[in-house]
Design a protein. Structure first.
Length: 263
Protein backbone atom coordinates (compact mmCIF):
# COMPACT_ATOMS: atom_id res chain seq x y z
CA UNK A 1 0.00 0.00 0.00
CA UNK A 2 2.78 2.46 0.85
CA UNK A 3 4.38 2.49 -2.67
CA UNK A 4 0.96 3.18 -4.16
CA UNK A 5 0.36 6.07 -1.76
CA UNK A 6 3.78 7.56 -2.58
CA UNK A 7 2.98 7.24 -6.27
CA UNK A 8 -0.31 9.10 -5.84
CA UNK A 9 1.06 11.94 -3.70
CA UNK A 10 2.63 14.01 -6.51
CA UNK A 11 -0.64 13.95 -8.44
CA UNK A 12 -2.67 15.11 -5.44
CA UNK A 13 -0.98 18.52 -5.17
CA UNK A 14 -2.01 20.20 -8.47
CA UNK A 15 -5.79 20.11 -8.11
CA UNK A 16 -7.63 20.49 -11.38
CA UNK A 17 -11.31 21.12 -12.02
CA UNK A 18 -13.55 18.61 -10.28
CA UNK A 19 -16.39 16.95 -12.13
CA UNK A 20 -19.43 17.55 -9.96
CA UNK A 21 -23.16 17.19 -10.33
CA UNK A 22 -25.10 20.13 -11.71
CA UNK A 23 -26.92 20.58 -8.39
CA UNK A 24 -23.67 21.15 -6.47
CA UNK A 25 -24.25 23.73 -3.73
CA UNK A 26 -21.01 25.24 -2.28
CA UNK A 27 -22.89 26.61 0.75
CA UNK A 28 -23.66 23.21 2.24
CA UNK A 29 -21.08 20.96 3.95
CA UNK A 30 -19.16 18.82 1.43
CA UNK A 31 -20.23 15.20 1.10
CA UNK A 32 -17.33 13.92 -1.01
CA UNK A 33 -13.62 14.72 -1.38
CA UNK A 34 -14.36 16.26 -4.78
CA UNK A 35 -16.91 18.65 -3.28
CA UNK A 36 -14.45 19.62 -0.54
CA UNK A 37 -11.70 20.41 -3.08
CA UNK A 38 -14.14 22.44 -5.15
CA UNK A 39 -15.11 24.51 -2.13
CA UNK A 40 -11.43 25.18 -1.41
CA UNK A 41 -10.97 26.39 -5.01
CA UNK A 42 -13.98 28.69 -4.78
CA UNK A 43 -12.87 30.19 -1.44
CA UNK A 44 -9.31 30.69 -2.72
CA UNK A 45 -10.60 32.49 -5.82
CA UNK A 46 -12.56 34.89 -3.63
CA UNK A 47 -9.49 35.90 -1.58
CA UNK A 48 -8.11 39.31 -2.59
CA UNK A 49 -4.52 39.51 -3.81
CA UNK A 50 -3.68 42.18 -1.23
CA UNK A 51 -5.14 42.48 2.25
CA UNK A 52 -4.81 45.70 4.29
CA UNK A 53 -5.17 45.43 8.06
CA UNK A 54 -7.42 47.96 9.76
CA UNK A 55 -5.44 49.26 12.77
CA UNK A 56 -6.92 51.40 15.52
CA UNK A 57 -4.27 54.12 16.20
CA UNK A 58 -5.55 54.49 19.76
CA UNK A 59 -4.37 51.00 20.63
CA UNK A 60 -0.83 51.88 19.58
CA UNK A 61 -0.62 54.35 22.44
CA UNK A 62 -0.85 51.52 24.96
CA UNK A 63 2.14 49.54 26.11
CA UNK A 64 2.94 47.07 23.38
CA UNK A 65 6.27 45.66 24.51
CA UNK A 66 8.27 45.12 27.66
CA UNK A 67 11.83 46.38 27.58
CA UNK A 68 14.06 43.93 29.40
CA UNK A 69 17.62 44.97 30.03
CA UNK A 70 20.20 42.22 30.29
CA UNK A 71 22.72 44.44 32.06
CA UNK A 72 23.69 43.61 35.63
CA UNK A 73 23.69 45.70 38.76
CA UNK A 74 26.18 48.46 39.37
CA UNK A 75 28.85 47.54 41.93
CA UNK A 76 28.40 48.74 45.48
CA UNK A 77 30.38 51.81 46.56
CA UNK A 78 33.76 50.97 48.02
CA UNK A 79 33.37 49.68 51.55
CA UNK A 80 29.63 49.00 51.24
CA UNK A 81 29.57 45.66 49.43
CA UNK A 82 27.80 43.09 51.65
CA UNK A 83 29.65 40.01 52.84
CA UNK A 84 28.61 36.58 51.65
CA UNK A 85 27.72 35.60 55.24
CA UNK A 86 25.39 38.60 55.53
CA UNK A 87 23.71 37.76 52.23
CA UNK A 88 23.20 34.13 53.25
CA UNK A 89 21.66 35.24 56.54
CA UNK A 90 19.23 37.57 54.78
CA UNK A 91 18.15 34.79 52.43
CA UNK A 92 17.57 32.47 55.40
CA UNK A 93 15.51 35.13 57.23
CA UNK A 94 13.48 35.86 54.12
CA UNK A 95 12.81 32.17 53.53
CA UNK A 96 11.52 31.84 57.11
CA UNK A 97 9.20 34.82 56.62
CA UNK A 98 7.77 33.29 53.44
CA UNK A 99 7.19 29.93 55.11
CA UNK A 100 5.42 31.57 58.04
CA UNK A 101 3.28 33.66 55.72
CA UNK A 102 2.22 30.66 53.66
CA UNK A 103 1.50 28.61 56.78
CA UNK A 104 -0.72 31.24 58.40
CA UNK A 105 -2.18 32.90 55.29
CA UNK A 106 -5.69 31.49 55.75
CA UNK A 107 -5.73 32.63 59.39
CA UNK A 108 -4.73 36.20 58.59
CA UNK A 109 -7.09 36.35 55.62
CA UNK A 110 -9.98 35.55 57.95
CA UNK A 111 -9.17 38.46 60.26
CA UNK A 112 -11.40 41.51 60.00
CA UNK A 113 -9.83 44.68 58.66
CA UNK A 114 -10.26 47.93 60.53
CA UNK A 115 -13.09 50.08 59.29
CA UNK A 116 -10.63 52.66 57.93
CA UNK A 117 -8.88 50.11 55.67
CA UNK A 118 -10.25 50.09 52.13
CA UNK A 119 -8.01 48.20 49.75
CA UNK A 120 -7.95 49.68 46.22
CA UNK A 121 -8.92 47.61 43.21
CA UNK A 122 -6.06 45.76 41.53
CA UNK A 123 -6.02 48.09 38.50
CA UNK A 124 -6.08 51.31 40.58
CA UNK A 125 -2.41 52.34 40.28
CA UNK A 126 -2.72 55.75 41.93
CA UNK A 127 -4.91 54.32 44.66
CA UNK A 128 -2.31 51.69 45.57
CA UNK A 129 0.56 54.18 45.57
CA UNK A 130 -1.31 56.37 48.04
CA UNK A 131 -2.44 53.35 50.08
CA UNK A 132 1.10 52.00 50.47
CA UNK A 133 3.14 55.18 50.62
CA UNK A 134 0.67 57.67 52.07
CA UNK A 135 -0.12 61.19 50.96
CA UNK A 136 3.03 62.54 52.61
CA UNK A 137 5.44 60.46 50.53
CA UNK A 138 3.25 60.29 47.44
CA UNK A 139 2.81 64.07 47.33
CA UNK A 140 6.40 64.64 48.54
CA UNK A 141 5.40 66.66 51.61
CA UNK A 142 8.43 67.11 53.86
CA UNK A 143 6.64 67.02 57.21
CA UNK A 144 3.24 66.81 58.86
CA UNK A 145 1.74 69.75 60.72
CA UNK A 146 1.64 69.66 64.54
CA UNK A 147 -2.06 68.86 64.80
CA UNK A 148 -1.62 65.96 62.40
CA UNK A 149 1.05 64.47 64.68
CA UNK A 150 -1.52 64.01 67.47
CA UNK A 151 -2.64 60.71 65.94
CA UNK A 152 -1.76 58.37 63.10
CA UNK A 153 -3.64 59.11 59.91
CA UNK A 154 -2.83 56.17 57.66
CA UNK A 155 -4.21 57.97 54.65
CA UNK A 156 -1.36 60.44 55.09
CA UNK A 157 1.46 58.14 56.22
CA UNK A 158 0.39 55.01 54.33
CA UNK A 159 -0.91 51.69 55.55
CA UNK A 160 1.77 49.24 56.66
CA UNK A 161 1.83 45.86 54.88
CA UNK A 162 -0.09 44.10 57.63
CA UNK A 163 -0.49 40.33 57.29
CA UNK A 164 -4.25 40.80 57.30
CA UNK A 165 -3.84 42.99 54.20
CA UNK A 166 -1.23 41.16 52.13
CA UNK A 167 -2.85 37.78 52.83
CA UNK A 168 -5.92 39.01 50.96
CA UNK A 169 -3.93 39.83 47.82
CA UNK A 170 -3.89 37.23 45.03
CA UNK A 171 -0.88 36.83 42.77
CA UNK A 172 -2.27 39.14 40.10
CA UNK A 173 -2.70 41.92 42.66
CA UNK A 174 0.71 41.29 44.22
CA UNK A 175 2.35 41.58 40.80
CA UNK A 176 0.35 44.69 39.89
CA UNK A 177 1.16 46.53 43.13
CA UNK A 178 4.81 45.51 42.82
CA UNK A 179 4.82 46.99 39.32
CA UNK A 180 3.22 50.23 40.55
CA UNK A 181 5.75 50.71 43.35
CA UNK A 182 8.79 49.80 41.24
CA UNK A 183 7.59 52.23 38.59
CA UNK A 184 7.29 54.94 41.26
CA UNK A 185 10.74 54.06 42.62
CA UNK A 186 12.18 54.44 39.12
CA UNK A 187 11.75 58.21 39.40
CA UNK A 188 11.65 58.81 43.16
CA UNK A 189 13.89 58.29 46.15
CA UNK A 190 13.89 55.25 48.38
CA UNK A 191 11.81 55.55 51.56
CA UNK A 192 11.15 53.25 54.54
CA UNK A 193 7.48 53.02 53.52
CA UNK A 194 8.49 51.81 50.09
CA UNK A 195 11.00 49.36 51.55
CA UNK A 196 8.47 47.73 53.87
CA UNK A 197 5.99 47.17 51.06
CA UNK A 198 8.57 45.88 48.59
CA UNK A 199 9.78 43.34 51.15
CA UNK A 200 6.22 42.20 51.92
CA UNK A 201 5.30 41.87 48.24
CA UNK A 202 8.44 39.87 47.48
CA UNK A 203 7.52 37.59 50.37
CA UNK A 204 4.13 37.01 48.74
CA UNK A 205 5.49 36.18 45.28
CA UNK A 206 5.01 32.54 44.40
CA UNK A 207 7.73 30.49 42.73
CA UNK A 208 8.30 29.72 39.94
CA UNK A 209 7.97 33.34 38.94
CA UNK A 210 5.71 34.44 36.13
CA UNK A 211 7.56 36.24 33.29
CA UNK A 212 6.24 39.67 34.30
CA UNK A 213 7.30 39.15 37.93
CA UNK A 214 10.72 37.93 36.76
CA UNK A 215 11.21 41.15 34.78
CA UNK A 216 9.97 43.33 37.64
CA UNK A 217 12.30 42.01 40.32
CA UNK A 218 15.30 42.37 38.01
CA UNK A 219 14.24 45.95 37.37
CA UNK A 220 14.02 46.47 41.13
CA UNK A 221 17.54 45.14 41.75
CA UNK A 222 19.06 47.32 39.04
CA UNK A 223 17.26 50.40 40.35
CA UNK A 224 18.53 49.68 43.87
CA UNK A 225 22.09 49.49 42.56
CA UNK A 226 21.66 52.83 40.76
CA UNK A 227 20.32 54.59 43.86
CA UNK A 228 23.05 53.01 45.98
CA UNK A 229 25.78 54.53 43.79
CA UNK A 230 24.10 57.94 43.84
CA UNK A 231 23.64 57.93 47.61
CA UNK A 232 25.77 60.95 48.46
CA UNK A 233 25.48 60.81 52.24
CA UNK A 234 26.30 57.09 52.26
CA UNK A 235 23.53 56.48 54.79
CA UNK A 236 24.42 53.01 56.08
CA UNK A 237 20.82 52.12 56.96
CA UNK A 238 19.56 53.00 53.50
CA UNK A 239 22.44 51.30 51.70
CA UNK A 240 21.81 48.20 53.81
CA UNK A 241 18.16 48.21 52.67
CA UNK A 242 19.19 48.55 49.03
CA UNK A 243 21.74 45.76 49.48
CA UNK A 244 18.98 43.60 50.93
CA UNK A 245 16.74 43.83 47.86
CA UNK A 246 19.63 43.14 45.49
CA UNK A 247 20.52 40.15 47.66
CA UNK A 248 16.97 38.72 47.69
CA UNK A 249 16.46 39.15 43.95
CA UNK A 250 19.81 37.66 43.05
CA UNK A 251 20.25 34.92 45.63
CA UNK A 252 16.74 33.90 46.69
CA UNK A 253 15.02 34.34 43.32
CA UNK A 254 18.06 32.94 41.48
CA UNK A 255 19.03 35.99 39.39
CA UNK A 256 22.71 35.28 40.06
CA UNK A 257 24.05 37.62 37.42
CA UNK A 258 22.75 40.53 39.53
CA UNK A 259 24.44 39.43 42.76
CA UNK A 260 26.91 41.58 44.65
CA UNK A 261 30.39 40.19 44.81
CA UNK A 262 31.12 39.46 48.47
CA UNK A 263 33.51 41.87 50.15
Amino acid sequence: MEPRVEELMPRLLPVGDCDLAEDFDPTVPPRTPQEYLKRVQIEAARCPDVVVAQIDPRKLKKKQTVNVSISGCQPAPEGYSPTLKWQQQQVANFSAVRQSLNKHRSHWRSQHLDSNVTMPKSEDEEGWKKFCLGERVYSEIDALSDNENLGIDYMKVGFPPLLSIVSRMNQATVTSVLEYLISWFGEKKFTPELGRWLYALLACLEKPLLPEAHSLIRQLARRCSEVRVLEESKNEEQISALNLFICLVSRYFDQRDLADEPS
